[in-house]
Design a binder for this molecule. Structure first.
Ligand SMILES: Nc1ncnc2c1ncn2[C@@H]1O[C@H](COP(=O)(O)OP(=O)(O)OP(=O)(O)O)[C@@H](O)[C@H]1O
Ligand SMILES: Cc1ncsc1CCO
Ligand SMILES: [Mg+2]
Length: 262
């Protein structure tokens, strides 16, 4: 596999344009995260332009965090263009189990064969058709409990599936790894998962294999989170320290050994 250190170098070299259809909560943090990492974010979601933009972006990310029917139309349009033009696209199924609108949108988007699905354990369990104890956008289940569902979803959808939490799990249905690092302060800062999904898009634009791209982005976050935790006093000071750390991660410090076969 391509090591995270090599994927990071490729992502920085490409400085890819990433179309992010994300939520109102995440937009600013996610855009700053991509800039810090070395990519170029563009938050373009309306149905009148989302498909047109997908044709020029290096990758597309779709996050259903703050949904409306008009946004869903933009998501369907953009993912259709990405699929047609062979662009990688990433789905973040925020609280997909919580309401009818979210269940319906997630099922329609899954039918568009996302290249990568990145969610917390409760979201991946729900996509796998299992009961989950998610509390809105926050996970209520362990990553370990969602590993079998992740493998099943990956096989059925033909997608790479990433379950994040204390130790992350990534599978394409045959290969699987776990990634350690990060900090317990990460889930205390809103939209860190949403920002990660956008970074997965940046890696997917630059790294040929979507499994390796996903592992690279998750390792980048794990390295940055661990560094930021060394200087943070709590969630407030963690946030700027984390952005600095996302920018400061290098191929030498990303830590290829934090990735272990599962
Ligand atoms: N307890 C923890 N220890 C270390 N890292 C963590 C922990 N919990 C989450 N993370 C890291 O935080 C990042 C976001 O993952 P998380 O699973 O919290 O996303 P999420 O629930 O979708 O977040 P959100 O919806 O609020 O954006 C990942 O890089 C993950 O590895
Ligand atoms: C808090 C919140 N509500 C909808 S999306 C979001 C960001 C974290 O997923
Ligand atoms: Mg989330």
């Amino acid at each position: 596999m391509t090591a995270p250190s090599q994927s990071l170098a490729s992502m920085r070299e490409a400085a890819p344009l990433v179309q992010c259809i994300t939520n109102y909560v995440a937009m600013n943090f996610a855009a700053n995260t991509l800039l810090a990492a070395g990519a170029a974010p563009a938050m373009v979601h309306d149905v009148e332009e989302a498909g047109e933009f997908a044709a020029i972006a290096g990758a597309l990310t779709i996050n259903i965090g703050t949904l409306s029917p008009r946004w869903v139309a933009g998501m369907i349009e953009a993912s259709s263009v990405a699929a047609k033009t062979g662009k990688p696209w990433v789905l973040d199924p925020v609280a997909c189990f919580a309401t009818g609108l979210r269940r319906e949108a997630t099922s329609r988007l899954m039918q568009k064969s996302p290249t990568i699905v990145r969610g917390n354990a409760s979201e991946i369990l729900a996509i796998g058709g299992q009961d989950s104890s998610g509390k809105g956008v926050d996970a209520g289940d362990s990553v370990t409990a969602a590993e079998a569902a992740a493998r099943d979803v990956a096989q059925r959808a033909g997608s790479v599936v990433a379950v994040t939490g204390e130790v992350d799990f990534v599978t394409d249905g045959s290969r699987a790894v776990r990634i350690s690092g990060g900090s317990p302060l990460m889930p205390k800062v809103t939209a860190s998962g949403c920002a990660l999904t956008c970074l997965v898009g940046a890696y997917a634009a630059a790294v040929e294999d979507p499994f390796d791209a996903t592992v690279g982005a998750l390792a980048h976050f794990a390295a940055a989170g661990a560094e930021a935790a060394k200087v943070a006093q709590g969630p407030g000071s963690f946030l700027p320290a984390f952005l600095d750390a996302v920018a400061a991660v290098t191929p030498e410090t990303i830590g290829d050994d934090r990735v272990q076969a599962a």
